[in-house]
Design a protein around this ligand. Structure first.
Ligand code: SF4
Length: 674
């Protein structure tokens, strides 16, 4: 039996683990006690993550659709077929007609290569990835304000914080090991504040839960900022390290007084003083999709960053901003995307990095769908993503997938999206390849190949396609270490991180500029911004702010608002977790969470079948679950179950610069089905 080190393939906590392999089969998973990210702990998803690896439904051979049916073919035939069709599309429609989806389930090396393939071979700038749907707003907000779009502190700072403020996130179910860090801090006296329309499992453990109205976070955070400024509760030394503070104060002035803002946000004004008092002390500000997928979006996150700046809670022990990350490699995939869309420069004197815009005009993943329907996009190459579950207004996506001239899906199972493809290329999963993931606290960690069960590593498939397309120079990699060297050359924040250092330390956090890696403070920062921000001026920036009301209001026909999220035992669109028997035994059915009073009004009992319908004419059905977590006139529906695809009901309206869909707060009607 051998023990192979890997990283949990589910959420962005990035738990380090060992796969126990006997006779070519993984028989169990053990948390890595030496890991600084998870200290040996794993949640239920991590414990059983090996089950999908060896599932009988894994794709083993490439599939080509012939006369409407998939036929298994050999790899050579599949690669030539895909390359020939890419060449045909390029010749007939040009490079702008091709769209490529990268994946946060894939390694940094694979995402890097996919960008190389897209930009050098397909010559398209239409490359996007799943952070567009979730944490792009956090990346945009914090890279603009502080220089780097990432958590400023580390998980261990949670234990030093006096207050942890959780804004629109439910780590108890979505990031359970981070929740363990929070609960350990709470047991030692740290106060926990949760701001969320739902009384989630996280909120139930909080000292203060603010049950804000969905989509009105910006108003409440503005109220907090105004109170801090008016009552001189600001850290003057930190303000000296910022730009545009006076402009920010001026911008806040016309946005209403604290009472009016709280009234609009549906929050008792007493919380303003209580929270402002608590965040005077060392505070970590956590945020999740409750902020990024709602009206306000980037501004919501920026306002949380403003609270950190005003109170001086950044760049010191027990303080910072901490956007959680949904998938195992959202941070790394985003770092690579930033590298391609902006030129990352390394200032030789200060070692400070700043971004320079490189090119505009690329389509986001949801815009590519619109592009197909308007005849701009003719071809899609999707690696490891499942937009037929995760994109908003799914009917539009189905129409687009049926219409597109040529569609390739590279994945480990025949996903809901792969069903639409012309060609399906079977990829290898996390346990079947080497490479790196970057977790939410910027820790870049090595995965090592444990088994060979099915499929090919995505980086090998991309290399084969690159060569088949005639590129003799850029796709000759023999292993992932060679690709990693290229990443280090291109992303200065990663430049000091070697495979050896990652192996010896169970991961290294970026920024790490020096070859002398490890936990040495000089070359590697577990806490950023202690002395300067990673902007050209070395100062943080106060942003321009305004209030963005929800784009759509509940009305007589659609009187409820729907909040979507995940359950503890399943993961996102279910591609991996619903192939884990143990997880299915724990949760294998969609449900509609509804308040007891609303249920009474509709004469609904626990377990009754409900139908939710939306203004777009679509509907879904699932059983009612009467829940004290849901506010009146709201419902909660998990995103994990294809039997009730919530995104049939969500709107494709994109919010401001991040182009993130406004998933939260769709308006719906609820009907009992007899
Ligand atoms: Fe850790 Fe997240 Fe995996 Fe759970 S799902 S073990 S919290 S990485």
């Amino acid at each position: 039996m051998k023990k192979v080190h890997s990283i949990c393939p589910f959420c962005g906590t990035g738990c380090s683990l060992f796969l126990h392999v006997d006779n070519g089969k993984i028989i169990k998973v053990e948390g890595n006690k030496e890991s600084q990210a998870n200290r040996g702990q794993l949640c239920v998803k991590g414990m059983y993550c090996y089950q999908f690896v060896q599932h009988k439904d894994r794709l083993k051979k490439p599939l080509i659709k012939k006369n409407g049916k998939f036929v298994e073919v050999e790899w050579n035939e599949a690669i030539s077929f895909v390359a020939d069709n890419f060449k045909r599309i390029l010749k007939k429609h040009g490079s702008k007609s091709i769209g490529v989806f990268n994946s946060s389930k894939c390694t940094n090396e694979e995402n890097y290569l996919m960008y190389e393939f897209a930009t050098k071979v397909l010559k398209t700038q239409n490359v996007d990835q799943c952070a567009r749907l979730c944490h792009m707003p956090s990346g945009i907000a914090y890279s603009k304000m502080f220089g780097i779009g990432a958590m400023s502190c580390s998980y261990k700072d949670l234990l030093k914080a006096k207050t942890i403020m959780i804004c629109g996130a439910n780590p108890a179910e979505q990031h359970p090991i981070i929740f363990n860090w929070i609960m350990e801090a709470k047991r030692n006296g740290t106060k926990v504040i949760v701001i969320d329309p739902r009384k989630t499992k996280t909120a139930k453990q909080a000292d203060i839960h603010v049950g804000i109205e969905e989509g009105k976070d910006d108003a409440f955070y503005i109220a907090l900022c105004k109170y801090l400024i008016k009552n001189r509760m600001i850290d003057k030394n930190m303000i000296k390290r910022t730009e545009d503070y006076d402009f920010f104060v001026e911008e806040l002035r016309p946005l209403g007084d604290v009472d009016a803002l709280c009234d609009y946000a549906g929050v008792d004004v007493k919380y303003v003083k209580e929270i402002c008092d608590l965040i005077q002390d060392k505070t970590v500000f956590i945020n999740g999709l409750g902020l990024t997928e709602s009206a306000g979006c980037v501004t919501n996150v920026e306002l949380v960053g403003c609270l950190a700046l005003l109170t001086g809670n950044i760049g010191k022990e027990g303080a910072g901003v901490a956007p959680l990350r949904g998938q195992s490699n959202v941070q790394g995939t985003s770092d690579i995307q930033v590298m391609y869309f902006r030129k990352l420069k390394n200032d030789a004197k200060t070692k400070a990095c700043y971004f320079e815009k490189k090119f505009d005009g690329s389509l986001s993943s949801t815009e590519m769908i619109e592009g197909i329907l308007t005849d701009q996009i003719k071809c899609l190459y999707i690696m490891g993503e499942n937009p037929a579950m995760s994109h908003p207004n799914l009917r539009n996506n189905f129409k687009a997938f049926e219409k597109v001239d040529f569609m390739v899906v590279q994945d480990i199972f025949l996903t809901e999206t792969a069903e639409f493809a012309d060609v399906v290329l079977p990829g290898a999963c996390f346990a079947e390849k080497d490479g790196t993931f970057t977790n939410a606290e910027r820790r870049v960690q090595l995965l090592e190949k444990a088994v060979s069960y099915a499929g090919k590593p995505d980086w090998e498939i991309i290399c084969a396609l690159g060569k088949a397309m005639g590129d003799k120079n850029n796709f000759n990699y023999k292993n992932t270490k060679e690709i990693w060297k290229q990443i280090r050359k291109n992303i200065s924040l990663y430049s000091g991180i070697t495979y050896e250092a990652m192996k010896n330390n169970y991961g290294v956090q970026f920024p790490c500029f020096s070859m002398k890696c490890g936990n040495d403070k000089v070359c590697n920062e577990s806490r950023m911004y202690e002395n300067y921000f990673y902007r050209k001026s070395k100062k943080a920036l106060f942003p321009a702010v305004r209030i963005y009301p929800p784009s759509i209001k509940a009305n007589d026909k659609f009187p409820y608002r729907m909040i979507t999220g995940g359950v503890l035992q399943q993961f996102q669109t279910g591609t991996m977790s619903r192939h884990c028997d143990k997880l299915n035994k724990l949760a294998n059915e969609p449900f509609i969470g509804i308040h007891a009073e609303d249920a009474k009004e509709l004469n609904v009992k626990d377990g009754d079948l409900l139908e939710l319908s939306a203004p777009n004419g679509e509907s879904i059905r699932a059983k009612a679950r009467i829940s004290d977590e849901v506010k009146r006139k709201y419902v909660f529906v998990p995103v994990n179950f294809k039997e009730a695809r919530v995104n049939m009901l969500t709107s494709e309206k994109l919010i401001d610069v991040s182009k993130t869909p406004e998933y939260k707060g769709a308006i719906i009607n609820v009907k009992k089905i007899n």
